[in-house]
Design a binder for this molecule. Structure first.
Ligand SMILES: *Cc1c(COP(=O)(O)O)cnc(C)c1O
Length: 321
């Protein structure tokens, strides 16, 4: 890891461009929105990439479809398995349905009923596990081996990272160069893919990741120069409750990301209500991470042109209201 420049990363811009060609006719090219009120609030010129309006309700469909569409005929015939309680589960289920591939999703017993229903609604088989006693990744690996299924993890996979980078690529194509690009950070698939796209298209663009305050393992990892593991953080940003960065995502973040900052749950709630009341869009708490950092001046606006990825819009209104 000493010579960062000579170290090969798992994904390059050509992979993001190829992923874009694969998903182009299947994923939505989501709109880029602007708001003068948001600009005034942040002191920046903001371009919001609305992945809350993506199929399946989050950018995760991009990586999932990119990965599944590269399965060999043999892999397609057997099926895919993954472990996730959230948007990756739904994305894999939806992509598998479109490609007529069997999907098995390992989900916690206490997942919100709407999430179980949505995943099953896309035709996936759900295997429940006790998240206080069992390890979902271990269960997935065992089932994958027993049933000859291909495991596609939520972030630490080259095809996932490349697919997630297509949202930023579209943002640059539609809104031009940016002074700064800001995305939420969980396991790092989105931020790594975005950074690869940004550095290839506009090398001078500053790249910032935003984590929930309660789970700043990414910030700690970049500071220490090694992947830091934490306990599952308590935060309303459920899409960023990851316990550590990935073996593939970490080197990309280390090479390309300028800074990782954190915001509180209260700041996320404020941003969420801003999007609902002022911009009339529903953004889930995790999807608000990047915007909340700019609105609350954790990241100074400085009149900069800022790209923000609104990463998802799956909110359980029954639970929230
Ligand atoms: C998964 C997810 C994230 C985090 O993405 P990573 O690739 O794990 O960093 C952020 N926002 C939403 C809405 C998500 O579903």
């Amino acid at each position: 890891m000493d010579n960062l420049e000579s170290q090969n990363l798992a994904v390059c811009f050509e992979d993001v461009a190829a992923a874009h060609d694969r998903i182009r006719n299947v994923a939505h090219r989501t709109p880029v929105m602007t708001s003068r009120t948001a600009n005034d609030l942040a002191g920046a010129r903001i371009y919001f990439k609305c992945e809350n309006l993506q199929r399946g309700g989050a950018f995760k469909f991009r990586g999932a479809y990119n990965a599944l569409s590269q399965f060999t005929p043999g892999q397609k015939a057997k099926g895919v398995i993954t472990f996730s309680s959230g948007n990756h589960a739904q994305a894999i289920a939806l992509a598998a349905q479109i490609l007529s591939i069997r999907a098995v999703i390992v989900m916690p017993l206490d997942s919100p009923p709407v999430k179980l229903a949505a995943t099953r609604g896309y035709g996936a088989e759900v295997v429940l596990y006790d998240r206080y006693k069992e390890d979902s990744e271990a269960i997935s690996r065992k089932l994958a081996a027993e049933h000859d299924l291909t495991l596609i993890p939520p972030y630490d996979h080259a095809h996932i990272i490349a697919g997630q980078g297509t949202a930023a690529k579209e943002l640059f194509e539609d809104a031009g160069s940016m002074d700064v690009l800001i995305t939420p950070l969980g396991g790092g698939g989105l931020l790594a893919g975005s950074a690869i796209a940004a550095k290839a298209l506009h090398p001078a663009c500053t790249i910032i990741g935003v984590e929930p305050e309660a789970g700043n393992d990414g910030q700690q990892s970049l500071r220490r120069g090694e992947i830091v593991h934490i306990e599952t953080p308590k935060t309303i940003a459920d899409g960023a409750q990851t316990r550590h960065l990935g073996e593939l995502t970490f080197p990309v973040l280390r090479r390309h990301v300028d800074e990782i900052v954190t915001v509180s749950d209260a700041q996320l709630v404020e941003a969420m209500s801003f999007f609902a009341s002022r911009m009339k869009i529903l953004v889930e708490p995790t999807g608000c991470l990047a915007a909340a950092a700019l609105f609350s001046k954790v990241i100074p606006g400085r009149g900069r042109k800022a790209g923000i990825v609104l990463s998802g819009g799956n909110v359980d209104l029954k639970q929230s209201l």
